[in-house]
Write a protein that binds this ligand. Structure first.
Ligand code: NCD
Ligand code: ZN
Length: 349
């Protein structure tokens, strides 16, 4: 059926997991998210993380200032949890809509997570408060310990941290971010989607760990959680293909300067903003599931966050779309996901 579809109109999507960074990178990358999405949930892991209302207000205004664009785009902000976070900060921030959610990074789990959480008991009073006020908790779900194999960290996290957390705070709204495994798909599905949902990235849907080593090591495909085996990739693709409300769009677009990607210690993160939406369209088409594209991109996310579904629409047409090879930032560049490749779908201007 779907190979005959040439045009799709959906409500304007939102991206519920975006890294925009700051300063010169922010200025260069913002337009890609602004072009495709009405709202984006902005991750707080800057070099100096967004840990309170004052920092968040200032960061949001830097974002808005860097957007010399004609798009009507709304950045939604998040608070980075540390062991010093106090419930009052979240209560005030959430009631004034300075924060839409708070992010839990396990210590040393990913980019700029050195101020993250070592012991979940350190934030027990914060979680209790979030449960009470209905503020969503966003989780980077990996158990970090040198002895746990990198491919097992997500499944281990569910067992050791997430499941006990769900039992202790059953009404806490949680998003398990950028899930990569069949264990996560299964666990999330077992729960009420108002209390546990998950985002899925285009790269984890399109690729598996073999792609990272195809013909040589491919640092631009290095992200966290790391790409998994194809059986997990298949589980993710199936999860989105039947319109399950637990899953929604969160691209995890994560730009890094080339000098930091191609380095003895290369950074984790894939910059996919120029192609994320069109990649999702292609995946839904491959899965013969285009009828569920709109709920994944534009409905399940706002429903979880108790926000209105966008009224505007976008039209996506079957027309080749070539992705830029690189984006100049000062004297360096950022290499986008699928650099120089062509996707089957474009957005109608
Ligand atoms: C993200 C980043 O660079 O900020 N990196 C990544 O590989 N996904 C952080 C994150 O979401 O883990
Ligand atoms: Zn991320």
């Amino acid at each position: 059926m779907s190979k005959f579809i040439k045009k799709i109109k959906i409500k304007k999507p939102d991206d519920w997991h975006v890294h925009l960074r700051d300063n010169k990178i922010l200025k260069k990358v913002i337009k890609y998210t602004g072009k495709f999405y009405k709202r984006a949930l902005i991750m707080p892991n800057l070099n100096s993380p967004i840990t309170n209302c004052i920092k968040s207000i200032a960061y949001r205004s830097r974002i808005l200032k860097s957007m010399h664009l004609n798009y009507e785009f709304q950045p939604l902000m998040t608070c980075y949890l540390t062991k010093f976070t106090v419930p009052q900060e979240l209560e005030v921030g959430f009631s004034k809509k300075i924060f839409i959610a708070a992010k839990f990074y396990p210590y040393s789990s990913t980019t700029n997570s050195k101020k993250g959480i070592k012991k979940i008991s350190d934030i027990a009073s914060v979680l209790e408060c979030m449960e009470k006020i209905g503020m969503p908790l966003l989780i980077h779900g990996e158990e970090i310990n040198k002895n746990i194999d990198i491919y097992d960290r997500e499944a281990k996290f569910i067992e050791t941290t997430l499941d006990p957390l769900r039992n202790k705070f059953p009404k806490l709204k949680i998003v398990l971010e950028h899930i990569t495994t069949k264990e996560s798909v299964e666990y999330v599905k077992k729960n009420d989607f108002n209390y546990l949902s998950a985002t899925i990235t285009p790269h984890h849907l399109m690729l598996n760990r073999n792609d990272m080593f195809y013909g040589g090591i491919r640092p631009y495909l290095y992200c966290l959680p790391i790409l998994k085996k194809n059986t997990h990739q298949i589980a993710l693709r199936e999860a989105i293909s039947n319109g399950d409300k637990h899953f929604f769009l969160g691209s995890d677009t994560a730009p890094h300067l080339n000098k930091n990607k191609i380095n003895v210690l290369g950074c984790a993160g894939i910059f996919n903003a120029p192609s994320s939406l069109l990649s999702y369209v292609q995946i839904f088409e491959e899965m013969n599931a285009l009828k569920h594209l709109e709920s994944f991109c534009s409905e399940n996310g706002p429903k979880f966050y108790n926000m209105p579904i966008n009224k505007e629409t976008v039209t996506i047409i079957k027309k080749p779309f070539k992705i830029k090879k690189k984006i100049k930032v000062g004297r360096d560049v950022i290499i986008p996901f699928l650099s120089g490749e062509t996707l089957n779908w474009s957005i109608k201007n």
